[in-house]
Each structure stands twice: as C-alpha cells, then as structure tokens.
Unconditional design. Structure first.
Lengths: 189, 146
C-alpha cells in the first residue's frame, strides 16, 4: 500500500531519520545544560535602558498560551474573570511565540520537551521574559533526580521570576506578574 | 455495566482447547504461558460465547522475579471482561508474541512496555521506543533501573 508519493518503507525510513535527529538534538541539549544558567541580575542593578520604553513594555505583556503540566490549570484560572490578569494588561494570551514576549513555564519540563521549549523561546522576539511556575519548573521538584525531567528550567533558559508552590495559587502567579512588571520597569523589588 | 466474567469457567474452556496453557486462575484473572498467548488470545476473541473483541488496556509490571504483562479484555456484545496475564521469567531477553494482529489498540501500548520494561513483542510491526528517545540506555520502569 502506498500513501501519496512515498511507499511505506520510505516513510518508515524518514520517520526513523526524524527520530534519530530528535534524539541527537536532545542528547546535545542534555550535554550542554549540565549547569543552571545564572540569573540575570544586571538588569535589576542598571534598570532598563529606556525607562519610558520599560514602562510601556510593562503594561503590554503578551504571555504565551503554553501549558506544560498541571500548573497550566492555575495559569488558565488566572486568565478567567475570577482572578483576571487582564487587570495588569496581559489578558491576550498569544498562541504563537512570534507574537508573545513572556513565556510562562507552567509545569514539569521533560528532557523530551526541552528542545521544543528552547526553540519556542528562541522564536520569541526580543525583549522577552521567562517565568518559571511551580516546583517542577523552578527546581525539578519531586522529580529532580528523575531520568526524564529537567531539574529546573533554568538549565535550558534564562529565568526572570520563579514562583514557588505545587501548584502555585493564582494569587501567587499574579504576584509574579507584578514582580515581572517591576523588573521590566527597573524598580527595586 | 461491564461485569467480570467467571474466570475459572473460561480457564476450563481454554484448558479443553489448549492443554497446559493455563498456569494459574483466580476469580477474575487467568495466567497463561507466554508461548501460548497468541493462540489463547485468538480463541478468546473468536469464540462467540466469549467474544473479547476489545482490548481495553495493556500494562506491564516488574516483580523482580518475573515481569508480568496484563491484558484487560472486554466484550462489547456480552458486556463482560476478564484479565489475562503473562509472566516472563527471563529478565535478560524477555520476549512474548505481539497481539497487534488481533487488537490494533495493542500497538502503542506494546511499544510503551517495550520502552519502559524492555519486553520485546515478537512480530510487532514497529517495535521501537515510544516515550523515551532513541539511544536511551536501560528501561526506566524496571525495579533495578537505578
């Protein structure tokens, strides 16, 4: 049986090639992320290059609609009217990284997902911020010594704000947004 | 509602057809030999009074002495179910026949058991890792993995 232009054997060969490439990307990423990326404190000390730009950016953050695990439900709860993150100018969740400037890592990042998370981050336009939400994203949480979980998303991305909790309450998530705002504006936290 | 069928009755039917295929029977579970799995499964699926046409779930467990693969079989027409177990004592090269030819739903789940427990399913159309990446060493759900 043939599907379109390719025979099933050809498709199998191509799929095997894709698998191999994916595995290679993943193994390279594991090798290059043995140590956490240090947090960027320079921004805090020096403040934004342009305060007016920083003020404007802080009121128009476009988070990315990207749920990884159970923390994503708290993220969704933040959007809905009860907690309503629209109050802080970030109600428009963007489903594409090209239009987003804040990546909320909502949940456990596995090594298999890590190259995809990294690619999404790379696709976002500057300036961009990362919030690590929950125990798993900040440190790996319960799964820190697991074979499949990235022990803290700061192994693969530079993180701006960490939210503790498993999962964090929506209030904690909103608080992290306020902290991020302050960071963008260059205020003291 | 799907009720559990009396396993001893089914086991005696299997015994009549395939002598010494059944290793152990409890109220809802039949443990069968690995080399007889495919013919017993075919028998359970094709016999009209049993008609286990639906493989609900397929899981594997490591008990250190042996690795056990459990088949959760259901009949849509008769609304009954049974649990079929296979015990594999060879930990180095565990191999049992694949049931993908009978139940298509076994495809991904057999691949998962191969991935996480290292059980090879003979005659599976695409026996490679599904959860972990290619080149990952070991089988994570084995008790002696770490």
């Amino acid at each position: 049986m043939d599907i379109g232009l390719y025979s099933l054997d050809e498709i199998d060969a191509r799929l095997a090639e894709v698998d191999e490439r994916e595995a290679q990307e993943l193994i390279d990423m594991m090798a290059s992320s043995q140590k956490p990326i240090p947090d960027d404190l320079e921004w805090l000390q020096n403040g934004p290059r342009n305060p007016i730009l920083g003020w404007g950016q802080s009121w128009s953050i476009f988070p990315m609609a990207f749920g990884l695990a159970c923390c994503a439900f708290e993220m969704m709860a933040c959007v809905f009217p009860r907690f309503d993150q629209a109050r802080f100018g970030m109600e428009a969740l963007r489903p594409t990284p090209r239009q987003a400037d804040m990546l909320l890592i909502s949940g456990t990042v596995t090594w298999k997902m890590a190259p995809i998370v990294r690619r999404l981050y790379d696709q976002m336009a500057e300036p961009k911020w990362v919030v690590a939400m929950g125990a798993c994203a900040t440190s790996g949480g319960t799964f820190a010594s697991s074979y499949s979980v990235v022990p803290g998303v700061n192994r693969i991305l530079p993180v701006d704000v960490y939210i503790p909790g498993c999962p964090p309450r929506p209030e904690a998530v909103l608080n992290s947004f306020l902290l991020l705002k302050k960071k963008i504006k260059g205020e003291h936290l | 509602m799907i009720v559990e069928i009396d396993a001893s009755n089914v086991a005696s039917q299997i015994e009549q057809r395939f002598p010494s295929a059944v290793e152990d029977v409890t109220s809802n579970t039949i443990v069968i030999k690995g080399n007889m799995l495919l013919s017993v499964a075919q028998f359970l699926k094709d016999t009209p009074s049993l008609d286990f046409s639906f493989l609900n779930t397929l899981v594997g467990t490591d008990y250190l002495d042996y690795i056990e693969v459990v088949y959760f079989l259901e009949s849509i027409t008769h609304q009954h179910k049974i649990y079929l177990k296979v015990r594999i004592f060879d930990r180095e090269h565990p191999i049992i026949p694949s049931v993908v030819s009978l139940w298509k739903s076994a495809d991904y789940q057999e691949r998962e058991i191969f991935d996480l427990l290292g059980v090879t399913f003979k005659d599976h159309p695409n026996m490679k890792r599904i959860v972990m990446w290619q080149g990952f060493e070991g089988h994570p759900l084995r008790r002696d993995f770490l």
